[in-house]
Ligand binder design. Structure first.
Ligand SMILES: Cc1ncc(COP(=O)(O)O)c(C=O)c1O
Length: 344
């Protein structure tokens, strides 16, 4: 932030400096997910990445269905529901014991399905989608996959090419250790120019500095999905966190999160606390059932823990900066408040 403030105050040509930092961040994030910089749009939120894609899909040619699980983040449901006025038919898949098996997707995805929005890890119960199986099913029926990595990106290596997803979106606020107000949209190279959203901007044009008000000429790269002037302070804030995570090594980050999550889930099981998250989880999110989640959260916050609730679940998550002492302290706090937890 100081670097940004300094550039704002003293730079002879701040826009040039800022766009340099902006393009550097695009390249760095592309490397982070094994994509090309041309396949990455920098956006102000995950929603700002999902919207232009939803808006660019025609829902014609016999493909008007959108199939997603009820465990998607609300913005994913709401943005696709908003496309109903453009002909989209939205089908939500019911969860089965806090999971949505690939078979449920297999039963719903058909030749009329345009796209399958898919969360990597669900915000509501920590459930990890079977992305390989679901992507294979979707592609075999000609449907696209829109992967939402917000609840996982920054916790392990990610390779969008190996996953074979068509779109990927995330923000920096959670495990990417960055600020709110900045995120990334990946669009598979071959799809970019086939999508022409009516949501656009001057920064989305082929030649940004052509200043041709009477000419609409979207960039042939993922920048065509971007809004207007970028959120530059957030560009400066997002970059050091990526460097930090890369410096530690994403395999090491993943291993530490897995170790802590397993210890936590085991400890919660020993305390006979009901969990929404499967016992086999490698993290990062574990959601435990509470009889009064707001009251439980208030007690934990009082003791210095940073936790949040979603419906009747209290959400715990660990990152690479946590250690086993943190897990033990959390379990002790749970043990002291068992009256507020649902027991098995
Ligand atoms: C899975 C998922 N997607 C998206 C978001 C956020 O979307 P946006 O960046 O539009 O606020 C969140 C935030 O918690 C999330 O958990």
């Amino acid at each position: 932030m100081l670097k940004y403030a300094e550039s704002w105050r003293t730079s002879k040509n701040p826009w040039e400096d800022w766009i340099g930092a902006y393009e550097d961040l695009r390249g760095e994030f592309a490397r982070f997910i094994n994509a090309q910089p041309e396949e990455v749009a920098i956006v102000t939120s995950a929603s700002a990445g999902i919207n232009p894609i939803a808006n660019a899909i025609a829902f014609d040619g016999g493909r008007d269905k959108v199939v997603m699980s009820e465990y998607e983040f609300p913005t994913m449901g709401q943005i696709w529901l908003a496309q109903q006025s453009r002909g989209a038919k939205i089908q939500f898949l019911d969860g089965v014991n806090n999971t949505v098996p690939a078979e449920c997707y297999a039963a719903a995805i058909d030749e009329q399905t345009a796209i399958v929005p898919l969360t990597q890890v669900s915000f509501i119960n920590g459930y990890r989608s079977d992305v390989a199986a679901i992507t294979k099913i979707a592609h075999s029926r000609g449907a696209l996959v829109f992967f939402d990595g917000f609840q996982d990106c920054g916790t392990r290596p990610i390779d969008v090419k190996a996953l074979d997803v068509d779109f990927f979106v995330t923000g920096t606020l959670k495990y990417l250790l960055g600020p709110p107000g900045i995120g990334f949209l990946y669009v598979r190279r071959e799809l970019i120019e086939s999508l022409s959203p009516t949501i656009t901007s001057w920064m989305a044009q082929r030649d940004v500095f052509a200043y041709k008000t009477k000419c609409l000429d979207p960039a042939p790269v993922a920048r065509r999905f971007e809004g207007g002037s970028p959120s530059i302070p957030n560009v400066y804030l997002a970059r050091p966190a990526l460097d930090l995570l890369n410096g530690i090594g994403m395999q090491n980050v993943a291993a530490q999160i897995e170790r802590l999550t397993r210890a936590f889930i085991e400890g919660a099981r020993d305390l006979r606390i009901k969990s929404k998250t499967p016992a086999s989880s490698v993290g990062p999110l574990t959601v435990l059932c509470s009889k009064d989640a707001p009251a439980m959260t208030a007690r934990l916050i009082e003791r210095g823990f940073v936790v949040s609730t979603r419906h009747d679940g209290v959400r715990f998550s660990f990152h690479v900066y946590n250690n086993l002492d943190d897990v033990r302290a959390t379990l002790r706090a749970l043990e002291d408040n068992l009256d507020l937890m649902v027991r098995t």
